[in-house]
Design a protein around this ligand. Structure first.
Ligand code: GCO
Length: 255
């Protein structure tokens, strides 16, 4: 079977929250499969370092610094890209935060910040980017969901609510936009070793629990997500809509 199905040459991918962590690894994976990249982050310096790093690897990369929680900033940034002739073919809504705590003790800020970034931010960026996709009659939107789109554990109620909402927003986008040639799907990481989860992995009890609960018997690596991201960004998924592909080592399949 031709691998052209997965070739992203000629496509441009915007990955939010891609200065570091999962976003940067997924962006690099899309770039190595041919996509031109637009990295995003709020901090200009960190973003510039990420852009330089991937450019050194020979990838076609530019940066767009904006806060996904700021509608005006999102609009200005996407308008500037479009003015520069950048057509966003693939949007990866990756930017996400955690503010863990018992639900009854969460402050308004801890709740609002997580919902605003993880759910509303994805809506705001997609709402603006999809205009260009409508004009071209094609596009791919990948919302980075989570195993917590399906399950929760104590102290993650705000995060689980945001990722559960993002799963349903993915389906809502899919049903509204599939007829315009746009495929919207989710990518759901399991327990992946990143800066966000490092404190958990460094706790021997939590580490043992995850290794025991995960049929693959290990934490995921950010690179484990690249294959599913390339699939959802490529022609190989042209008839896939409203699905969440879980890359979780089997944890959601296990009691
Ligand atoms: C936690 C973890 C989880 C997962 C995340 C992966 O606090 O239990 O951070 O939330 O890492 O959901 O998508």
């Amino acid at each position: 079977m031709s691998t052209d199905l997965f070739d992203l040459t000629g496509r441009t991918a915007l990955v939010t929250g891609s200065s570091r962590g999962l976003g940067r690894v997924v962006a690099a994976g899309l770039g190595r499969t041919g996509a031109a990249l637009v990295l995003n982050g709020r901090n200009e310096q960190t973003l510039a370092e990420a852009v330089a790093g991937l450019r050194d690897e020979g990838l076609d990369v530019r940066g767009a610094a904006f806060d996904i929680a700021d509608t005006a900033a999102v609009d200005q940034a996407v308008t500037a890209l479009e003015r520069d002739g950048v057509a966003i073919d693939v949007l990866v809504n990756n930017a996400g935060i955690h503010r863990r705590g018992p639900l009854e003790q969460l402050t308004d800020e801890q709740w609002d910040a997580v919902i605003e970034t993880n759910l509303t931010g994805a809506f705001r960026v997609a709402r603006r980017v999809v205009r260009g996709m409508f004009e071209r009659g094609r596009g791919k939107i990948i919302n980075i969901c989570s195993l917590m789109s399906e399950v929760a554990r104590p102290t993650t109620g705000n995060y689980a609510a945001s990722k559960g909402g993002l799963k349903m927003l993915t389906r809502a986008m899919a049903v509204e936009w599939a007829g315009r040639g746009i495929q919207v799907n989710g990518l759901g990481p399991g327990y992946i070793l990143t800066e966000m989860t490092r404190p958990l992995a460094e706790d021997p009890e939590f580490d043992a629990w995850i290794r025991g609960r995960t049929p693959a018997g290990r934490w995921g690596r950010p690179e484990d997500l690249v294959g599913a991201a390339v699939f959802l960004a490529s022609r190989a998924s042209d008839f896939v809509n409203g699905q969440v592909v879980y890359v979780d080592g089997g944890i959601l399949a296990a009691l």
